[in-house]
Design a binder for this molecule. Structure first.
Ligand SMILES: CC[C@@H](C(=O)O)C(=O)SCCNC(=O)CCNC(=O)[C@H](O)C(C)(C)COP(=O)(O)OP(=O)(O)OC[C@H]1O[C@@H](n2cnc3c(N)ncnc32)[C@H](O)[C@@H]1OP(=O)(O)O
Ligand SMILES: [Co+2]
Length: 133
């Protein structure tokens, strides 16, 4: 794992939170994208070298809808940039982590993504990201 790729924040309304984070960072999101397979609409902000992903649920079965119901708005996951996602899945599986999808899936912002179960990572949902070249 090379660095934090982004921090994912679950929000009730992307429209309202876009305005809030635009005020916070002094610049608008550089991108908005829907990822149908995850049941989310996302927006991305850069703040210096750091990237923030806002996530709104698009249906009641979305992981974001469930999270908002249980925990409310807030940090939902931390994503780490990896060089070779398949190699990293094998390494982490051998280390005993619970991999939620061993086959990487298409995420937002041109990434392949894999998730680790938060029960095995001190309650933090971890996402691995590999840029699609
Ligand atoms: C936009 C695409 C992509 C990107 O490119 O960046 C994304 O970021 S997509 C983000 C949304 N997608 C995901 O989160 C996929 C991975 N998540 C899952 O598969 C599930 O959410 C889960 C983690 C397996 C939980 O699902 P489930 O068991 O069905 O939900 P429960 O509500 O019953 O939760 C069980 C248990 O887990 C705790 N939990 C759930 N989510 C989180 C979380 N984000 N962080 C920490 N803990 C979490 C939840 O509180 C429950 O705990 P207990 O109540 O103590 O059992
Ligand atoms: Co993410």
């Amino acid at each position: 794992m090379r660095k934090i790729e982004h921090i994912g924040i679950a929000v009730k309304s992307l429209k309202e939170s876009n305005l809030l984070f635009e005020k916070l960072f002094g610049q608008p999101p550089y991108k908005e994208e829907e990822v149908v397979s995850e049941g989310v609409k996302t927006s991305f902000f850069m703040n210096g070298p750091n990237k923030i992903e806002l996530l709104e649920a698009t249906n009641p079965d979305s992981p974001i809808a469930k999270f908002l119901e249980k925990k409310g708005e807030g940090i939902h996951h931390i994503a780490f940039d990896v060089n070779d996602i398949n190699e990293e899945v094998i390494r982490l599986k051998n280390e005993g982590f619970v991999i939620l999808n061993e086959i990487p899936k298409k995420g937002a912002d041109n990434k392949l993504v894999v998730f680790l179960h938060p029960k095995g990572t001190n309650g933090v949902l971890v996402e691995l990201c590999q840029e699609i070249k």
